[in-house]
Design a protein around this ligand. Structure first.
Ligand SMILES: Nc1ncnc2c1ncn2[C@@H]1O[C@H](COP(=O)(O)OP(=O)(O)O)[C@@H](O)[C@H]1O
Ligand SMILES: CC(=O)N[C@@H](CCC(=O)OP(=O)(O)O)C(=O)O
Length: 262
């Protein structure tokens, strides 16, 4: 079983939660992969650099100045800090963007009603290269950046989507357990109340909660990615609090389990 974990920006940005999560992640058995976000930190750094942040439907409009910010923040600051913290926990982390080793190729998003700028839609994942890293005991830690060889450019890519694409690509070789970790207890019927976790979510109940407005904003692309991952061969998908990672992986009792059928 390969474990692919995605960690969201609100956890990355919280030193206590982040350290606790990384200790639990380091304790998980190999093979494992981490995909991190960091949107909140990119926005903070952009303010300092006087670069305006524009988000449309949860995606960051990425002009040339913002591409520089996200490349520095995701590929540099956040990725290398996470690698250093994991190395200190005896986890042999290897920090990567999609460009390193040519692993994740994408195409600049075009044909939408919004010009997202330097945002990449993933075209291919070189799962053989990732598998080679896993075989020698390395733990890939991916920043949410991909690259377009035709443009010779980095592209900004949503971290939930990148985790889904990596999990699906590796499903050719492993039974994959994909876990989305964030700062809430799971998918909630009342997003303000952590006691309202939905233990199992199906396409039908997802549609109902979306229609009622209980599921909105960033949770919608996260769930679309979760269902796509299952549809494309990932064995198990869970959405849970970052501090519930161990229960979610070992016993499957934490957070929300995403299922295609009842
Ligand atoms: N039903 C729901 N349950 C939990 N969170 C929800 C729900 N609907 C919307 N959300 C929002 O979605 C956010 C998670 O999406 P996002 O910010 O993209 O996650 P991440 O930090 O993992 O990238 C939560 O912080 C919450 O504000
Ligand atoms: C294209 C796009 O929107 N990319 C995201 C990548 C970071 C991300 O997904 O971070 P979180 O997981 O913390 O939200 C962004 O720049 O916000």
């Amino acid at each position: 079983m390969l474990t692919v974990i995605k960690i969201g920006g609100n956890v990355v940005d919280n030193p206590t939660l982040r350290q606790q999560f990384l200790a639990d992640f380091a304790a998980l058995p190999l093979p494992k992969i981490l995909v991190h976000g960091g949107g909140k930190i990119a926005t903070q750094v952009a303010v300092k650099l006087d670069v305006e942040t524009v988000m449309v439907e949860g995606r960051r409009v990425t002009d040339a100045a913002m591409l520089d910010v996200v490349t520095m923040v995701y590929g540099g600051l956040v990725n290398k800090q996470l690698v250093a913290q994991l190395q200190a926990l005896d986890c042999n982390a290897l920090g990567l963007t999609g460009a390193d080793g040519g692993i994740i190729r994408s195409k600049k998003r075009t044909g939408w009603n919004v010009d997202y700028g330097f945002v990449g839609d993933i075209e291919s994942v070189n799962e053989e290269q990732i598998k080679r890293f896993l075989e020698v005991g390395l733990v890939p830690v991916f920043a949410p950046l991909t690259f377009d060889p035709a443009l010779a450019s980095m592209l900004n890519t949503n971290a939930d989507t990148q985790a889904q694409a990596v999990a699906v690509a590796l499903a050719k070789h492993f039974e994959v357990n994909l876990v989305y970790c964030f700062e809430k207890k799971g998918v909630l019927t009342n997003p303000e109340d952590d006691t309202t976790v939905i233990p199992e979510l199906y396409p039908s109940t997802y549609a109902e909660h979306k229609a009622s407005g209980a599921i909105y904003a960033g949770m919608i692309p996260k769930l679309d990615n979760a269902f796509k991952a299952l549809h494309d061969g990932v064995k198990q998908v869970t959405i849970c609090h970052a501090t519930d990672l161990r229960q979610a992986v070992s016993e499957g009792t934490a957070g929300t389990r995403i299922r295609l059928t009842e």
